[in-house]
Design a protein around this ligand. Sequence first.
Ligand code: C2O
Ligand code: CU
Length: 476
Amino acid sequence: MRLITVLLLCLAPIAAAAQSFAPARWADGVKLTELTDRNPDPRIVEIDLTAKLADVQIDGKTVHAWTYEGGIPGPLIKTQVGDRLIVHFKNELEEPTTVHWHGVRVPIEMDGVPELSQPDVKKGESFTYDFVVRDAGLYWYHPHVMSAAQVGYGLYGALLVEDPADGVNVEDQVTLVLSDIGFDAKGRLEPADSGGSAGMVFGREGDYVLVNGRRRPVLHARPGAPQRWRIVNAAKSRFFYLDLDGQPFTVIGADGGIQERSITTDILLITPGERVDVIVNPKGKAGAPLTLRAMLYNRGYGSVEYRSVEDVLTIEFTKETPIVAKPVTIARSLPVPSIEGATKVDVVLTLPPMKDNKSEFQVNGVPFWKAKPYAARLGEKQLWIVKNDSDWDHPFHLHGFFFQVIDEKGEPVRPLALKDTVNIPMKTTMRLLVSFDERPGQWMFHCHILDHADGGLMGTVQVGPGTPQGHTHKMP
Ligand code: C2O
Ligand code: CU
């Protein structure tokens, strides 16, 4: 289909022959809709995407949700690395919206932030997103207008940028969009401002945990056979702390694709906005399903006390003889970054005591609506020293660029991985090394607990020449 695939097939027939072990229709329980590519050019994916209100079925109830193309999540958009993606977006919602391509190194005009990138797309209007996907990996898309509300109401979807030469020899692959949604007995969405200021500080979580829009879906597996899960946490506040009954996850990639080498873990934390690429070899017997659970994770006061362990999905086994899989090996030679010559930038995150019965998060002493942009030159390397001085974890996201995490000694954390979102645990400092490239613009950074973002925890960095724009996010 693609030239590169054809070449690979000629040159390395063995590498292309990963074996499938999964039973037929093994992933039907988590099937995502895909859109038809209406462009005949093999290097261009061109699709139509409409945001609209729609009734969706969740856990046997009809929920009147905000959707892309009538479903939660929105359709899976699939491209190959280097492709051009053209999305004809139409807004049929009552409210203005935009589409932000989380993690993708787009030009600023395509970043979906009102005023910094484009005007917001009002009811009945359209906007065409058109950019090249430069990096393989799992990304996602969501609005950047009233983000906490719009994402919470159902507007998010996955963008999978595949690299046929990524060297991962596991055939059975699935994309899992984790999220949650809140609604009442009549299927009415939980208001985005429920709980007032306290709700903002806690970060609102919906009661219904979803995988690809379903509650506790089933995957089928031959015991021990490898499955590749590409996971994104699209929830507006919920952390997913995943446990597969103690069975290991082999992590092979992060936000920006494959990492330096794999690591194995028994419990997998995925905070809002983050992606992980993992291999699992679920072990078990026919008739004894295995459950993937979201365990309790303390991301701040009350976030454990008022919540419960959730079943996320179930794996049912076939009667076939178990596979004893070889460990998966991956290797990506990412350049080892050095903090030499990097400009230091201090970012302090705080939550001052309530004033006039209202809370606001601050970055360097001001909430977003009073903040001035940071500055960076084109090509400049900066070390962001992000100090979380609050009692809440904050998954910190930078638009448009990857960064690498640096330890206290100034060394990069191994295995090397490209990140655009990383959790800064409460009362902790993390160091993020970012090289701004040739794309100018005023780029956002914010906590991806979207209630925190709307509650003040956002900022921008003006990269390269240009007059910084005024802020568009008003005080809620
Ligand atoms: Cu998912 Cu401003 O980002
Ligand atoms: Cu936060």
